[in-house]
Design a protein around this ligand. Structure first.
Ligand code: HEM
Length: 234
């Protein structure tokens, strides 16, 4: 199929495109072009690129399913790994350039500044995802365990947007963070809708009866049929 071939052809280019912001920062650093506060610029750019690539990673599955392009699946890991690379550089810029690797000061920051606490949590949950992003790890863990572990990506994304929000809240500047939050909501909302459409929530809704005795309603208003157990024929 042409679309599959095109996507496979474009993948190495996308890989290079993900490196461009990093190359740009490196070039700007070499030529004294990082502005009046180079450390702040480095922290800000690496943080934003990590978040953008994280959301792009989450967008792969909806796009793959909606557009019917299975070849897109191979983009997911690449985008996720790049998001981790930028998050690690972001952390390194903070710990090394801003805090001069003073562990006591970093710890104090983690304990006293929610923006730092939440950022660090996001990174901590991101690490196992990066560490299990290669084929051998998938084989070793087994598909089901691997998939369960990789659901952490949703928590990482929520923490990352919260981290960004806490940073911007100090300056009462919510326009950009609102855009990221809306995108994240749409991506998570689509997944819930997709699960509901496939009937993955049926067991959850039909297994119980309310304490008042009535059968719970399906979220879309349809009546839930009681579970019927058939006796085995002798
Ligand atoms: C998944 C992990 C993370 C993501 C996606 C992320 C993302 C971001 C974003 C988008 C910003 C705002 C950039 C801007 O100014 O436009 C930011 C700011 C910042 N992040 Fe992170 N971050 C992460 C982890 C961390 C960690 C682990 C630390 C340090 C422990 C950290 C420290 C900071 C600092 C110091 C700022 C600037 C805050 C300020 O100026 O008040 N981040 N981050």
């Amino acid at each position: 199929m042409i679309a599959t071939r095109l996507l496979n052809l474009l993948r190495p280019l996308a890989l290079l495109a993900c490196a461009l912001p990093l190359i740009g920062l490196f070039w700007a650093g070499q030529h004294d072009q990082l502005g009046s506060n180079p450390v702040e610029r480095l922290i800000s750019e690496t943080g934003e690129w990590s978040l953008r690539l994280l959301l792009a990673t989450l967008a792969v599955t909806p796009l793959r399913k909606i557009l019917g392009l299975p070849a897109l699946a191979r983009w997911r890991r690449m985008l996720g790994v790049w998001s981790l690379v930028y998050a690690l550089l972001h952390f390194a810029a903070y710990a090394w350039l801003e805090m001069a690797l003073d562990l006591g000061e970093i710890l104090r920051d983690v304990m006293t500044r929610p923006v730092i606490t939440v950022g660090l949590l996001a990174l901590v949950f991101m690490l196992p995802l990066g560490a299990t992003s290669f084929n051998q790890a998938i084989r070793h863990l087994g598909a089901a365990k691997w998939q369960r572990l990789h659901r952490l990506v949703y928590l990482v994304a929520i923490l990352s947007v919260l981290h960004f929000f806490l940073k911007k809240a100090g300056k009462n500047d919510f326009a950009e963070v609102a855009l990221y939050a809306a995108l994240l909501l749409a991506l998570l909302g689509w997944r819930l809708y997709d699960k509901w459409r496939k009937g993955d929530f049926k067991g959850f809704f039909s297994a119980s009866t309310h304490s008042c005795g009535h059968q719970p309603q399906h979220p879309m208003g349809a009546d839930i049929k009681p579970i019927v157990f058939h006796r085995k024929k002798p």
